[in-house]
Design a protein around this ligand. Structure first.
Ligand code: NAI
Ligand code: MG
Length: 486
């Protein structure tokens, strides 16, 4: 049989283009960053952190117990009273600006470590996570001496010591989202990264040390849930900022009820893509792919539900399947990779469980026939067709590369369906009509609504949710408020 031009294109594969790792330095062991110094944990306990793409050990990381947490919080309190509270805004800005510059200078190293520790494709850590993290510091450096203009006649005052707990899906970016606005508003910080992805936060601690930021203004301590709980419950903490699961968010909210601590929660999501028959269809397919397969679906605002207007459903789904079959799943350090490693064995198990649930519930599963590496944690991009509102795969957050597809006929029907979820973080609307976009943005119960695009972030625009997705906004001028008494 003769091979046609089309076959050749189909057979054509990219040669591997792995990013170099030899310029990266990872210590064998990491201590706790408290009061400007790296100190050993009181009980001398360390845990392993691995690469989810190879299952290889990367480093050992200290586990902070209650006494270590107490030390870190006291260091932050003393730095708040003695230096940071009193320092003029324009002086604070210089430090925040310097941290931004230093992240930029070491961007390549940060990207590689983020990919090694978290499993996300190097293309994403290089083009999205690390530049956005630096931009966040740049952006908030600009606010530090302008708070009186941001909130005229309201005498903005810092809250005090912020306890900040972040997840594993955007390790450095979430650290930036938390630390930058807290510093700009005059607070000091104790930050706890996720136990599985601590390395870029610890690299950030090195930068903070080099930047000359006064000791104790930022403290970075590692450990798991117990460490987080000790931080939340410490009596000298004035403000808790948490990003993670809805389950832990609820525990924290209960623990803080009746206390004077301020709280902001950024929890789960079940984002909806709504595609109308007049949408630019190829652009929509790219947006849908980006919305759910980006970062393996480990994104709280992932577009994990697709509502497509009945008249174009077959065409769109065909195109979507085609596009999915061209996605490259594998080594996240390879610059060609579209879908990297699932962040942990536990998360992969959870996703696989949802795949069986979806099949049992009667939805039709589609996965392209790509090959995935034997070592490491990987999942193929997955579609569930003919899903229905009552299915668990439609209602519950999977946090993996899994998209549930439904069709609709009228705008009223799709608004009702899209809003019928316990979460309200994000949505994407695809249509040629501006009036329809505005109609939907006002009726969808979602904190962020993208129009004819998806997963676009900017430090200047606020981000946050409704309902079980949490409360409080991060980014933009709104992102200053959780750290101020107004
Ligand atoms: P998690 O909520 O347990 O972990 C997030 C952070 O909270 C980590 O730093 C963890 O050490 C800390 N933590 C855990 N228990 C705590 C407690 N009692 N008090 C204070 N801090 C505590 O999330 P996990 O278990 O890693 O993931 C479970 C599910 O949560 C995922 O499958 C996903 O559905 C969702 N998730 C949502 C995220 C988001 O961005 N909204 C991020 C990560 C997970
Ligand atoms: Mg958990």
């Amino acid at each position: 049989m003769q091979t046609t031009q089309a076959d050749k294109i189909f057979d054509w594969a990219y040669a591997p283009a792995p990013e170099a790792t030899d310029h990266v330095h990872i210590n064998k062991k990491y201590d706790l960053f408290i009061d400007g110094k790296f100190v050993k944990p009181g009980k001398g306990k360390y845990t392993n952190t691995i690469s989810p793409s190879t299952e290889q050990l990367l480093a050992q990381v200290a586990e902070a117990d209650e006494k270590d947490v107490d030390k870190a919080v006291k260091a932050a309190k003393s730095a708040y009273d003695k230096t940071w509270k009193k320092m003029p805004g324009k002086e604070k800005a210089k430090y925040i600006f310097r941290i931004a510059r230093m992240i930029q200078e070491r961007a390549r190293e940060f990207s590689v470590i983020e990919t090694m520790n978290g499993g996300k494709p190097i293309r994403e850590s290089r083009d999205i996570d690390i530049p956005l993290a630096a931009n966040h510091f740049f952006y908030y450096a600009g606010w530090a001496d302008k708070l009186d203009y941001a909130f005229p006649n309201r005498k903005p005052q810092p809250v005090g010591v912020a306890g900040q707990i972040i997840p594993w899906n955007f390790p450095l970016l979430m650290a930036a989202w938390k630390i930058a606005p807290a510093l700009a508003t005059g607070n000091t910080v104790v930050l706890k990264p996720a136990e599985t992805t601590p390395l870029t936060a610890l690299k950030l601690a090195e930068i903070i040390q080099e930047s000359g930021l006064p000791d104790g203004v930022v403290n970075i301590i590692t450990g798991a849930g117990q460490t987080g709980a000790a931080l939340v419950n410490h009596s000298l903490i004035n403000k808790v900022a948490f990003t993670g699961s809805t389950e832990v968010g609820k525990v924290i909210q209960k623990a803080l009820a009746g206390s004077n601590k301020k709280l902001s929660l950024e929890l789960g999501g079940k984002g909806a893509h709504i595609v109308f028959e007049d949408a630019p269809i190829d652009q929509a397919v790219e947006g849908i792919v980006n919305g759910i397969f980006f970062n393996q679906g480990h994104v709280c605002c992932a577009g994990s539900r697709l509502f497509v207007q009945e008249s174009i459903a077959d065409k769109l789904i065909d195109k979507l399947k085609d596009r999915m079959s061209s996605l490259i799943v594998g080594d996240p350090l390879d610059k060609n990779t579209d879908i990297g490693a699932i962040h942990s064995k536990e998360q992969l198990d959870k996703i696989n469980q949802y795949l069986s649930v979806g099949k049992k519930e009667g939805a039709e599963m589609y996965q392209p026939s790509c090959i995935i590496p034997k070592k490491g944690f990987y999942c193929k991009p997955t579609l569930f067709l003919n899903a229905s509102q009552s299915h668990r795969i439609v209602q519950e957050e999977i946090f993996g590369p899994v998209l549930a597809v439904q069709t609709f006929r009228t705008i009223e029907e799709v608004i009702e369906k899209a809003n019928n979820a316990p979460y309200g973080l994000s949505a994407g609307v695809w249509t040629d009509k501006g009036s329809r976009i505005f109609n939907l943005t006002s009726q969808l119960k979602a904190g962020v609504v993208w129009a004819n695009t998806y997963n676009k972030f900017d430090p200047a625009s606020p981000f946050g949710g409704y309902k079980e997705s949490g409360f409080g906004r991060e980014g933009g001028l709104h992102g200053l408020m959780p750290y101020l008494n107004l």
